[in-house]
Design a protein around this ligand. Sequence first.
Ligand code: NAG
Ligand code: NAG
Ligand code: NAG
Ligand code: NAG
Ligand code: NAG
Ligand code: NAG
Length: 532
Amino acid sequence: MKRTIFLTLLLTSLAGVRPLKPQVRHVRAGEMAVLLCPGCSQCSGDGAEPFWTSRAMSLTKTSSSLAEQRRKGVLLHGTSLIILRASEDHEGNYSCSFGGSNRQSWFRLTVHSELSKEFEAWNQYPLICYAQESCKLTCPDRNIPSVKTPNMSSSAIIWHKDGDPFQRDSYFSSVDEKDSGVYTCTRPYLYLGHTYNITFRVVLQVKPKKVFSVSRITQPQNNQVFYVDLGSPKVIDCKADLYSFFDDVFWLSNESFVEKNDSFPVFYNTTRVRGSGETRMTASLVFRKVSEEDLQTVYTCKLESDQQEPTFVTITLRKNVHLSSVRLASCIIGFLGLIIVTAFLCLKLKIHIALYLRDTLGCCRHAADGKTYDAYLMSYKSDADTALNEEDRKWLVNVLDEQFGYSLCLFNQNVVPEKEAVLDCVEQSRAVVLVPTSPESETGPDVLTDIHAALLKRGTRFILIDAKTTTIERPLPETLELLTKPGCRVTWRGNSSKLPSSSFCKQLRYHLPAPQHAPKLQHQRNTQDASC
Ligand SMILES: *[C@@H]1O[C@H](CO)[C@@H](O)[C@H](O)[C@H]1NC(C)=O
Ligand SMILES: *[C@@H]1O[C@H](CO)[C@@H](O)[C@H](O)[C@H]1NC(C)=O
Ligand SMILES: *[C@@H]1O[C@H](CO)[C@@H](O)[C@H](O)[C@H]1NC(C)=O
Ligand SMILES: *[C@@H]1O[C@H](CO)[C@@H](O)[C@H](O)[C@H]1NC(C)=O
Ligand SMILES: *[C@@H]1O[C@H](CO)[C@@H](O)[C@H](O)[C@H]1NC(C)=O
Ligand SMILES: *[C@@H]1O[C@H](CO)[C@@H](O)[C@H](O)[C@H]1NC(C)=O
């Protein structure tokens, strides 16, 4: 003992070596404690045994017999010091050193009472497993006696869960969250007929099923085509869900990297948004102005990861034909619309146009055809409300004659015309206007019925003035129907028609041939007039 202390003091003072920090050991009262002297590199062979010192006893083999050791409940074997059944007496500092070595190791042993909570905190070995996965409970093998310890044998490990015996195998093929808890494993050692225990507390935590997530590009689709307008800006977003901090998403043009510098015509920028578990990353490919070259280029959005193989999607740009076809279609529709509107207006205004040409340019006069009069006004009896009375008829004659210069075949009003005279007048006129006359009118008898057959043969142009009835539509007499073509009808609407500019006058003039009175500037046939 003296030697040991002397050596210790000597070493500490001579070399200025501070005693090494002691290893702290906790043990439960009644259980086995094992102190292992750290290996000695200079000691040769297995045979070297350390000197153990402690507060009360010198424990080297030479100074303490086996019997003494047994009495004290302490075993020295190899580099280990075994306290078979720890008690408060064993608490304290222990040191060990090998002969000829200046190295000294220290232990501070604390013995806890059997129910000490503090000891439980020291004696905890956490184990994490994941639900639905296999899980193996392993009893720690720290600070246990060497298997070579003489006369000592170990027997099967005994497991407890939360204090209750745990009969199952310590291997779970599929562990569940309810398997979490504190498992106690006891290693029993048999030594000379007695059992000595070492227990460990394994705290198992079963975590929810591990979700192994693969980072991936969610947008765009591979080989997706984007339609663009040349010269216009365009932004194409590449979106990815990332599960590793080191994952990155970027753009390639053909095979080379696209710049992030926004002074380039094509560049990309990125944003990262943290979600629950994953990070949403967007790499936006920005074209300041889409060029012809961009249409020829393959753009690739690439995801690189330290956890998995890189993935990528390629996209191509195509010229926006969609918009120009819309333009073409709208052009065609517009053109067709214009034609329809023009045709409609021409039809609507054909009378106005024809009369305008006739009035201003004096066109469309007939060549001399030997006829004396432009028209003959022939009465027919009509009981329609708006049939022309004496006054109306005078107005009509006046307008045609004086305003528009038609030469009319007229009879003396007081003379009832003969049938032959009427036919003669028809013969001499280019057109016959059939005028509805109210029955009380004094303008002679209705000769029409008498000469009807004769008229039909002549093929004269007849223009029917149709009296508009305000009540029910009356069918025209059959004779009139036969004489006039449906197109050659003009409707008389009473007083509203009694204006030279009225629609009635225009239509009547349109159907009548141009008056011969006016200077004969043109000698061509008016085809429209000839239709009646
Ligand atoms: C053990 O050693 C430490 C210094 O390392 C000392 O403070 C302590 O008092 C010692 N304990 C006993 C019981 O001798
Ligand atoms: C082992 O036990 C036997 C008797 O039981 C004894 O003779 C022997 O000395 C023991 N050996 C050691 C190394 O304690
Ligand atoms: C050793 O542990 C077992 C199982 O826990 C127990 O039955 C036995 O009593 C313990 N022995 C001692 C000496 O503590
Ligand atoms: C971007 O590019 C321009 C021209 O190529 C250069 O002058 C500028 O320094 C670059 N900016 C960065 C941030 O690299
Ligand atoms: C990327 O740059 C373009 C053009 O400068 C801009 O419009 C867009 O908002 C930027 N996107 C991000 C995600 O920063
Ligand atoms: C990409 O390659 C095509 C030919 O394969 C070429 O026409 C185009 O210019 C290239 N684009 C860029 C940006 O180099």
